[in-house]
Design a protein around this ligand. Sequence first.
Ligand code: COA
Length: 144
Amino acid sequence: MPFPSALFPPTRPARDTDVTALAALWERCALTRPWNDPVTDIAFARKGPNSEVLVIEQDGKICASVMVGHDGHRGWVYYLAVEPDLQRGGLGRHIMDEAQSWLRAKGAWKMHLMIRRSNGAVRTFYEKLGFSESDVVVLSKSLT
Ligand SMILES: CC(C)(COP(=O)(O)OP(=O)(O)OC[C@H]1O[C@@H](n2cnc3c(N)ncnc32)[C@H](O)[C@@H]1OP(=O)(O)O)[C@@H](O)C(=O)NCCC(=O)NCCS
């Protein structure tokens, strides 16, 4: 059941004990890929002061997450996930607000995110939050 009256539990940084539940949430939200090991990604994000995994817990269960960080120039978010049963209840917007506050507190002035082409439906969600498409092409190269 969605949360009543947008009364959301507090957002907190992920802990060591959250890793298995987080990876399972990402799996349920179809965010995992064979080439991205969630455990490695979580550990890397939690390693330094410039990134974090934020979570919301309901009844002892992680029900929302966002990975947030900045690279010294831009703020980025990854692994935004809301438990499927709780989607469309405002939790996604709420945890994105929390990610925004985290970045602002770190001094970041712009927030970026990437949407997989296969997940185009989520674009409307981000547009409702004020995001718009940038006129850039993202390139990548594996370093491993
Ligand atoms: C994307 C996601 C986090 C949204 O969370 P949510 O809790 O359902 O979002 P909210 O209820 O806060 O929605 C905020 C607004 O976006 C709209 N919205 C949410 N998902 C939408 C969708 N798939 N298509 C169109 N609109 C959507 C809501 O209707 C709401 O609109 P309103 O402000 O006019 O009422 C959630 O659907 C999810 O976890 N998806 C799977 C993982 C994923 O795709 N993550 C993003 C990777 S880039």
